[in-house]
Design a protein around this ligand. Structure first.
Ligand code: NI
Length: 174
């Protein structure tokens, strides 16, 4: 197990589209990567993490909406996830992202989503997610098409955020 480095904006890898995991890639190495991603998420701490955030441009996400003693019990490792059904009802949530530290953005999402995915060992899986868990799934799926929270704010807010990040980076180098 290993904690991986989390990539932050404006790194270009976060804006790229991830590719599906191929049949021959399922198995031990993929299980290891998913476990490392989960460990990285817990260490951060965060509630979800997508492949591109650790520099792996494949369709892989991990999430765990559990809190406190529930932590770990609701861990999902999803390979090639896709939303196959959505509720019309939506929900607004103030989202944060480990790759965009310090930014909170109110985002509207479907309140319930049905997701199909593969386990790291190749087994097919499917489930409904709702409320906070549905928000996380949709947020992580955004990462797989190269969309981050920073893409959801105005150009002004985006510029201001990036300026702040740059300044903090320069200060940290001193
Ligand atoms: Ni994120």
């Amino acid at each position: 197990m290993a904690v991986l480095d989390i990539i932050t904006v404006p790194h270009p890898v976060l804006s790229q589209r991830a590719r599906p995991v191929r049949e021959e890639e399922f198995g031990e190495a993929l299980e290891q990567l998913c476990s490392d991603m989960a460990e990285t998420m817990y260490a951060a701490p965060g509630v979800g993490l997508a492949g591109p955030q650790v520099g792996d441009l494949r369709c892989i996400i991990v999430l765990d909406a559990g809190e406190d003693e529930e932590r770990g019990k609701r861990l999902r490792k999803m390979v090639n996830p896709s939303i196959v059904e959505r509720s019309e009802e939506t929900i607004q949530w103030e989202e944060t992202c480990l790759s965009v530290p310090g930014l909170e953005v109110m985002v509207e999402r479907n309140r319930r989503v049905r997701v199909q995915w593969r386990q790291p060992d190749g087994t097919a899986a499917e489930d409904w997610f709702e409320d906070y868990e549905a928000v996380i799934v949709q947020h992580e799926l955004d990462h797989l098409v190269g969309t981050v929270l920073l893409d959801r704010v105005s150009r002004f807010k985006r510029r201001r955020y990036l300026k702040r990040v740059k300044r903090e980076f320069v200060e940290a180098q001193r």
